[in-house]
Design a protein. Structure first.
Length: 128
């Protein structure tokens, strides 16, 4: 498997928005774009999501988008769920998928320890 590929290309901004809508409905929360973060996040996503990049770079793009808060609620869950879908497609044992998904989710949420970030980067480097 190539380390560099367009991991996030299937996820258009319309799909990101739909994912947030589903998560908000499930959590009985308002699905609405924010006035400060929505446009800038949409522009960032549309500019970069279809580019070939390392998996660690794809996770970092999701982290950056989460931090910009394009929606009123569930920003972290929205971008973590996208990363989880990407990771699910990797040909890995289920226990490893769970571990990598957890590490990536912590990175997107901005709560990963240095050790978790290092472990995730080592995993991404092994994809070559």
């Amino acid at each position: 498997m190539d380390r560099v590929q367009p991991w996030l290309a299937p996820f258009t901004w319309a799909m990101v928005t739909a994912q947030n809508s589903v998560l908000c409905a499930a959590g009985n929360a308002l699905h609405k774009p924010t006035s400060d973060g929505h446009e800038v996040t949409m522009a960032l996503w549309e500019k970069h999501h279809s580019e070939p990049m390392g998996l660690d770079e794809a996770v970092d793009l999701c982290r950056r988008c989460h931090r910009l808060a394009p929606f009123c609620f569930y920003n972290g869950n929205t971008f973590s769920s996208i990363v989880a879908l990407v990771i699910r497609k990797l040909d890995l044992p289920s226990i490893q998928v769970a571990l990598i998904r957890s590490l990536a989710g912590h990175i997107v949420a901005g709560v990963a320890s240095d050790e978790e970030i290092r472990a995730f980067r080592e995993f991404c480097a092994s994809l070559d």
